[in-house]
Design a protein around this ligand. Structure first.
Ligand code: SAH
Length: 395
C-alpha cells in the first residue's frame, strides 16, 4: 500500500484520541518509499500498530489523517465522505427552496482535512488547503458530481491563495466541471438573493458562516438605525432591511465589496431601499460618523492569522470595540465577532470586556454566537472552531 510513517515512542497518543494531525517532530522514520508533497501515507506507532492513513506534506504538520482505518484513498473513499456530509446537511434541513447556499465539506469537521466545498445552487466551489487535496482535485470533483447528480452542474476550483506557497504547486483557479454560464449566478440564503462571486471574490465568494447570525440580526433590526461594519457583500444588511430597519449603512474598505453590497441590496429591495454603502476604513468611519446607531455589527477580517501576532490582534479587537461602545446609542445592540482561529473565545471576550470597561457603560451579554452547523467542529480537533461572537446590550 502507501509508504509508512513510523512514530517515535509515545507520540501516538493524540492519534489514538482521533486528532488528525501528525507533527514532524513525532516522526521516527519513513519506510517503504520516500514522501513528497501530497503523497498518501500510513502512520504506525513505534510498536507497529496501524494508526491512520492520510496526506503527507512538507512542514510542521507532516500528515493529515483522512481515515483511522486501513482504507485506500480513492474515488470510492471520497464518494463515501461526500455522501456522509450531504446526509448531515440534509439532517440540518439546510437544502430548501429558500436556501441553496451551504458548506458541504468543512475540512476536519467532515473528516476531510485540507478540503472545503461550498455550494451555491448548482455550483460547487472547491478549495484545497493541503497539497494532497490539490493532487486529488479531479478525483474529488468527479465524486462530487456523482454524489450530487441532478443538481450540481459546475465545480469551480479556487486554491491559488490557499495552498502552502512553498509547495510550489502552481495551482490555477478555474472550472474542473462545467463553465461560467451566460447569466450571472444568483444564490439564495434564507430566502434572500445575492450574487456570489467565486471567480473574483474573497474566500469562495460569500461568507456562508454568518448565516445563522444574520438571521439573529433580523430579529433585532426592525425600526433601527443599523451600521454594518466590514460588510463585504452586505449579508447582514440584507437581513436588517428585510426586518424593516429605518436605515442601514454598510461600510467596507474595498470598493469592490461596496459595489457588490449595492447590487445585492438592489436585487432584493430595488433602488429605493433605506440603505447606503460607503467605501471607507472602518476605524475612520466609526470615529467620524459612528454616532447614534442603535444596532451595530462588527465583523472584521481575522486580525490574528498566527499565534505570534495574538497580542497585537487582541489590541485590534479592543480598539475597534472601544470605539463602538463609545458611540452606540443608549439601549443599543452590538453584534461583535472574531473569526481568528488563534484567538480563543475567552481571549476575545476579555478584549471586548476591556473595551467596554473603558467606556464605563453598562453592558450585558444577550447571545454568545459561533459558526453554524454546516461548519461542524470535530470534537477531537478543537482547532476547527474559529468563529465567535457576542450580542451585547449597551445601556
Ligand atoms: N460581514 C461580512 C464578512 C466580512 S469579511 C459578511 O457577512 O459577508 C471582512 C471584510 O472586511 C472584507 O470585506 C474586507 O474588505 C473588509 N476590511 C478589511 N479591513 C478593513 C478596514 N480596515 N476597514 C473596513 N473594512 C475592512
Amino acid at each position: 500500500m502507501y509508504p509508512k510513517i513510523i512514530l517515535k515512542p509515545g507520540k501516538e497518543e493524540s492519534l489514538r484520541r482521533f486528532h488528525p494531525w501528525v507533527f514532524s517532530g513525532a516522526i521516527a522514520r519513513v519506510e517503504g518509499g520516500t514522501l513528497e508533497e501530497g503523497d498518501k501515507a500510513q502512520v504506525y506507532s513505534s510498536q507497529g500498530d496501524f494508526l491512520g492513513v492520510g496526506h503527507a506534506q512538507v512542514g510542521s504538520i507532516s500528515l493529515r489523517v483522512l481515515a483511522f482505518e486501513p482504507v485506500s484513498i480513492d474515488a470510492g473513499f471520497y464518494r463515501r465522505r461526500i455522501r456522509q456530509a450531504l446526509e448531515l446537511r440534509r439532517k440540518m434541513n439546510l437544502i430548501t427552496p429558500r436556501n441553496n447556499t451551504f458548506r458541504l465539506i468543512h475540512g476536519e469537521g467532515d473528516s476531510l482535512p485540507g478540503l472545503v466545498v461550498d455550494i451555491y445552487g448548482n455550483t460547487a466551489v472547491m478549495q484545497a488547503h493541503s497539497p494532497g487535496m490539490h493532487l486529488d482535485r479531479e478525483l474529488i470533483a468527479s465524486a462530487l458530481m456523482e454524489e450530487c447528480a441532478g443538481w450540481v452542474e459546475n465545480v469551480y476550483y479556487k486554491s491559488e491563495n490557499t495552498l502552502p506557497f512553498k509547495a510550489e504547486l502552481d495551482a490555477q483557479d478555474g472550472y474542473l466541471v462545467g463553465e461560467r454560464g451566460e447569466e450571472r449566478p444568483v444564490a439564495v440564503e434564507n430566502g434572500l438573493q445575492f450574487y456570489p462571486d467565486w471567480e473574483e471574490g474573497q474566500k469562495t465568494g460569500f461568507f456562508i458562516d454568518q448565516r445563522d447570525n444574520r438571521a439573529l440580526v433580523e430579529r433585532y433590526a426592525a425600526q433601527k438605525r443599523v451600521l454594518n461594519m466590514f460588510c463585504y457583500t452586505g449579508g447582514f444588511s440584507l437581513y436588517a432591511l428585510r426586518a424593516g430597519a429605518r436605515e442601514v449603512v454598510s461600510v467596507d474598505s474595498s470598493e469592490k465589496a461596496v459595489a457588490l453590497t449595492r447590487q445585492n441590496v438592489a436585487l432584493n429591495f430595488g433602488k429605493c431601499a433605506p440603505h447606503q454603502a460607503v467605501a471607507c476604513d472602518a476605524f475612520d468611519y466609526l470615529r467620524e460618523h459612528g454616532k447614534d446607531f442603535d444596532l451595530m455589527i462588527l465583523d472584521p477580517p481575522a486580525f490574528a492569522k498566527h499565534r505570534n501576532v495574538l497580542h497585537q490582534a487582541l489590541q485590534g479587537y479592543r480598539k475597534l470595540n472601544a470605539i463602538a461602545f463609545k458611540n452606540i446609542a443608549p439601549g443599543g445592540i452590538l453584534f461583535t465577532f472574531s473569526c481568528s482561529q488563534a484567538v480563543s473565545r475567552q481571549d476575545f471576550r476579555l478584549a471586548v470586556f476591556s473595551a467596554a470597561a473603558q467606556s464605563g457603560r453598562n453592558v450585558r451579554i444577550l447571545h454568545q454566537l459561533s459558526q453554524p452547523a454546516d461548519h461542524p467542529v470535530n470534537l477531537y480537533h478543537p482547532e476547527g472552531e474559529y468563529l465567535k461572537g457576542l450580542v451585547l446590550y449597551v445601556e
